[in-house]
Design a protein around this ligand. Structure first.
Ligand code: C2E
Ligand code: MG
Ligand code: MG
Ligand code: MG
Length: 292
């Protein structure tokens, strides 16, 4: 009896694993055709300077238009791209495409802005990362000081000295480095000062319910104050309303990004908005020409 039940249990797991494997295989197949079949595209979300409302950067955000399932958000497919390793060719494409976009904006005679590219853990660990960055820079002709790479705390916390080496070799190229979703990881603050990074992006969860959530206000203002002390720049992510913006201004947050300023938009849309107006002044919301 025991033997039989054991065998059934095994059969169950075998079937279960089979389904898992099947699912992974089909996602892998779909993701591969997404990359080869032009189903991936980038949208760009501007960041503004709190001082004068000028656009300083755009963040490249990946979109997948699945032929049957429609648009799939990155939080759903990037984990699979990570698992299957397809994030390497996908990330390479993103980097090249984003650098081309920043260069195209400059070539139109518009004021240069940075382009920010999200890196995944697997890309960060890939020995070919530096050569993929070089390739994107060389092919696009973008001056590397207009490129910013976004990493997360978890990438830094595993092997500090290796991480520092990678970051240094990126920085040596004149590229900037940002820590994304700051405050959600477990980075030790004493290690932060050893990291050759330029900027922290305060995770948007801390902006929620400002100005009613006192804890979030305390965390946000503390992160901003800390960046000042450490000589880092700071971006608030997920700015959705005037109350949050006013709070950030009172606390001297230098850069802001969020739906209040602009949703992520196509390069064509961004270029057209940016041609009309290089500011966010509340009134134009990047949609119309303002008189600034
Ligand atoms: P992230 O890097 O933290 O990007 C910010 C996310 O917040 C984006 O979601 C953006 O659309 C969203 N967002 C911006 N402003 C607001 C706001 O005011 N309110 C709210 N509720 N959300 C806002 P998205 O585009 O869905 O991307 C999700 C995540 O997927 C990104 O988070 C990033 O970690 C990852 N991702 C996106 N593109 C890439 C990529 O090319 N490569 C890699 N490795 N990861 C990417
Ligand atoms: Mg990001
Ligand atoms: Mg991110
Ligand atoms: Mg973020």
């Amino acid at each position: 009896y025991a033997k039989k039940s054991g065998r059934n249990t095994f059969a169950f797991y075998e079937q279960h694993m089979d389904e898992e494997a099947q699912r992974t295989l089909s996602i892998e197949h779909d993701l591969r055709s997404a990359l080869d079949g032009n189903q991936l595209r980038l949208v760009y979300q501007p960041q503004i300077s709190a001082d004068n409302g000028k656009i300083t950067a755009i963040e490249a955000l990946l979109r997948w238009d699945h032929p049957l399932d429609g648009p799939i958000p990155p939080d759903e497919f990037i984990p699979h791209a990570e698992e299957t390793g397809l994030i390497i060719p996908i990330g390479r494409w993103v980097m090249a495409e984003a650098c081309k976009a920043a260069k195209a904006i400059q070539d139109l005679g518009l004021p240069p802005i940075k382009v920010c590219v999200n890196l995944s853990t697997r890309q960060f660990d890939d020995p070919a990362l530096i050569s993929h960055i070089e390739e994107a820079i060389e092919t696009s002709g973008l001056d590397p000081r207009w490129l910013e790479l976004e990493i997360t705390e978890s990438m830094l916390m595993r092997d500090m000295s290796t991480a520092i080496d990678i970051l240094n070799s990126i920085k040596q190229k004149g590229i900037s480095l940002a820590i994304d979703d700051f405050g959600t990881g477990y980075s030790s603050l004493s290690y932060l000062k050893k990291m050759p990074v330029d900027l922290l992006k305060i995770d948007r969860s801390f902006l929620q319910d400002i100005p009613s959530d006192r804890d979030n206000m305390a965390i946000t203002s503390t992160i901003i104050a800390m960046t000042k002390q450490l000589g880092l720049s700071v971006v608030a992510e997920g700015v959705e309303n005037q109350a949050q913006m006013a709070f950030l201004n009172r606390n001297q947050c230098t850069l802001m990004q969020g739906y209040l300023i602009s949703q992520p938009v196509s390069l064509t849309q961004f270029t057209s908005n940016y041609t009309d107006c290089q500011h966010f002044c509340g009134a134009c919301n990047l949609d119309k020409t303002c008189d600034k």
